[in-house]
Design a protein around this ligand. Structure first.
Ligand code: MCA
Ligand code: AMP
Length: 462
């Protein structure tokens, strides 16, 4: 059973993938990946230095062909984060073409026309590291079956076919950029133009039919009207990973002549809810469950709340796209097949979902990246001058939320602490603002009351 079905098609698409401005054909990608797959076979797991370019696409494809689960490592991960991912995943094989981060080579491996048989769908495809509210990131194990089910459901909802040219410049180590943005193209057969970075000018110049972006990308696109107008020829503009602000939805509709399709998901569940290509699009709403997905809202006692469009509840999802588990932490935390997303939502009588926010203040969404407050706090506490730290998300026009740290420390400047975190964790995890304070508000148990910190907010819905 093949996962990347379109990659094996008989006809050759001369420029199936364009990345770094370099075009590769379907056959060239398949044979390069098959050559690398021969070197991976038998490895329990492989880590990939996931730079935004062709080498990552070849390496991930090779892992999937060889049936070896792939752990993409953020290219800017600081030492602490990279060491954690490599140690926790047990990946002894690390592929990298970046001289600054040495690993086994990806480019230069001889191609092969010997295409391996793929394993059964229940086997793991990817282990994606993502932040929880506390501690270091955990590896979310995602099966080949989950990836296939999600991509097929999305292809149905978005009428995504081999006739499309998909354009995006998202990072290649998360669900959005990697699963949808690369594996989606290799399963549907659409061309892929990866722009390296998701800038308005790169999107405008790429002439795609289907565009993916996080809200920060769309907000930057509408700030450059000429770039937005250049997308008028596109078939579908898709936004996800964080709430799309209403004014950005409206402005994008005006400038491009079409309203964006919003969709909702999580690393643990893949994409579960979306507006459809052939249906309405509504600002502030993320649409209907995808084919095969079920959703429900529950209150704090676990009782279901009515889908009346106004009653707020915790969103739970069930279906074939859910994680297998967190690596080293047992199977997926499901109750009767339901996964608790931690998001708070309403569901209308017509089935339309609106994400209102998150139940916890400790998961921050900044530029579409999920950042756990605890991981940043732990990094700050490694600094010898720091005795306490509380990290929250505060509103930010461009990023949705920005990381703001309240720190008790002596003899250290805020900029030094930002640089200290940046050296250890990925760039988007460093605080933008550090407030040095004499005290932190605590409850009787000694726990910091983050809601009392100035500007602190749960990740906002609309
Ligand atoms: C950042 N900079 C800083 C600081 N933070 N400088 C000083 N102090 C700081 N605290 C630097 C950056 O390194 C950068 O420098 C410059 O400031 C601008 O940074 P930023 O504003 O963050 O913008 P950006 O680097 O242009 O990034 C914006 C972005 C990015 C491209 C939208 O956030 C992004 O790629 N987001 C996508 C996230 C994503 O794919 N999420 C999907 C996961 P310099 O310019 O020199 O580099 S969610 C998912 O997978 C689920 C399932 C879903 O629903 O999709
Ligand atoms: P991650 O695991 O990084 O993919 O982050 C998942 C979280 O992103 C979800 O739990 C939501 O809080 C948020 N999210 C994803 N898509 C949307 C969306 N369209 N609107 C609002 N929040 C979203």
């Amino acid at each position: 059973m093949r996962l990347l079905t379109a990659l094996h098609a008989d006809d050759d698409a001369p420029d199936m993938i364009i990345s770094d401005g370099v075009a590769v054909s379907r056959h060239e990608l398949l044979e390069r990946a098959a050559g690398l797959a021969a070197r991976l076979r038998g490895a329990p797991i492989v880590a990939v230095h996931a730079t935004p370019g062709l080498s990552t696409i070849v390496a991930v494809t090779a892992g999937l062909l060889a049936g070896v689960p792939v752990v993409p490592v953020p290219p800017d991960a600081g030492d602490l984060e990279r060491e954690h991912i490599l140690r926790d995943s047990g990946a002894e094989l690390f592929l990298s073409d970046d001289p600054a981060v040495p690993g086994a080579p990806i480019a230069g491996v001889p191609p092969s026309s010997d295409i391996p048989e793929e394993p059964v769908p229940a086997t793991p495809a990817l282990v994606l590291y993502t932040s929880g509210t506390t501690g270091p990131p955990k590896g979310v194990v995602i099966s080949r079956a989950a990836v296939a089910a999600d991509l097929d459901a999305l292809a149905g909802a978005w009428q995504w076919t081999a006739e499309d040219t998909l354009v995006h410049g998202l990072p290649l180590y998360h669900v959005h950029g990697l699963v949808l943005g690369v594996l989606g193209a290799l399963r549907t057969g659409s061309r892929l133009v990866h722009t390296g970075r998701p800038t308005p000018s790169a999107y405008a110049g790429a002439r795609g039919t289907l565009y993916f972006g996080v809200p920060t990308v769309w907000s930057r696109v509408v700030a450059e009207p000429a770039a937005a107008q250049a997308l008028r020829g596109a078939r579908l503009l898709v936004s996800g990973s964080a709430p799309l602000p209403g004014p950005v939805f409206d402005r994008l509709s005006e400038l491009t002549g079409q309203s964006p399709v919003e969709r909702y998901g999580m690393t643990e569940t893949l994409i579960t809810v979306s507006a459809r290509a052939d249906g309405p699009r509504r600002a502030g709403h993320v649409g209907l469950p995808l084919a095969g997905v079920r959703t429900r809202l529950v209150d704090e006692s676990g009782a279901e709340v009515p889908p009346d469009g106004t009653t707020i509840g915790q969103l739970q999802v069930a279906g074939p796209t859910l994680l297998d588990g967190y690596l080293g932490h047992g199977p997926a935390p499901l109750a009767d097949g339901w996964f608790d997303t931690g998001d708070v939502a309403t569901i209308g009588p017509d089935g339309w979902h609106r994400i209102v926010g998150r139940a916890s203040t400790d998961l921050i969404k900044t530029g579409g990246f999920r950042v756990g407050a605890g991981e940043v706090e732990d990094a700050l506490l490694l600094h010898p001058a720091v005795t306490a730290a509380a990290v929250v998300g505060t509103p930010h026009d461009d990023l949705g939320q920005q990381i703001t740290a309240y720190v008790i420390a002596s003899g250290v400047a805020p900029d030094e602490l930002i640089a200290f975190v940046a050296a250890r964790l990925a760039a988007h995890k460093r605080p933008r603002v550090v407030h040095l304070v004499g005290d932190l508000p605590r409850n009787a148990m000694g726990k910091v009351q983050k809601s009392l910190l100035s500007g602190s907010q749960r990740h906002p819905g609309l």
